[in-house]
Design a protein around this ligand. Structure first.
Ligand code: ZN
Length: 149
């Protein structure tokens, strides 16, 4: 199987059988991110305890890229600290810009490297980034609450 085909299958698998779908009980933060270009929406809820994302779940609707990316991101971020998540988001962004290869990103991003192929369709990069924008927004909220309390 060619790498392209394998990546297609990984994306389709996450789209058809999303991980971490739904809503978290007593969330520490929620965010809703839209992509008007494609009509995608990602609703994210997280519960953060002791600086770690204990629970994460997403809802929403949209194209297979946006929803598969949300599934991959949620799967990756569960049990991780805010710093680790921001670093993964940064690696993902750099991969989508072509600054690093999927091979270089594999150890950090796992399945999510399958989305690198989306780079060929520049309008869809936003679809893939949506979930990462959502988690970063949630982490900002958690941080803001911590500093104000
Ligand atoms: Zn989309």
């Amino acid at each position: 199987m060619k790498l392209d085909e394998l990546y297609q299958e990984v994306i389709l698998d996450h789209f058809k059988r999303p991980r971490c779908q739904g809503k978290v009980d007593k969330p520490s933060a929620i965010s809703v991110i839209f992509n008007p270009l494609c009509g995608d929406q990602v609703d994210l809820s997280v519960r953060v305890e002791g600086g770690t994302v204990q629970e994460i779940a997403f809802g929403g609707h949209g194209c297979s890229i946006s929803q598969a990316s949300a599934s991959m991101m949620s799967d990756l971020c569960r049990g991780k600290s805010a710093d680790e998540i921001r670093r993964m988001g940064d690696v993902f962004r750099r991969m989508m810009r072509g600054e690093i290869t999927p091979e270089q990103a594999q150890s950090e991003l796992g399945d999510a490297v399958a989305l690198e192929g989306v780079r060929k369709f520049s309008a869809r990069v936003k679809c893939a980034m949506l979930a990462w924008e959502a988690i970063e927004k949630c982490l900002d909220q958690v941080l803001a609450e911590k500093s104000s309390s």
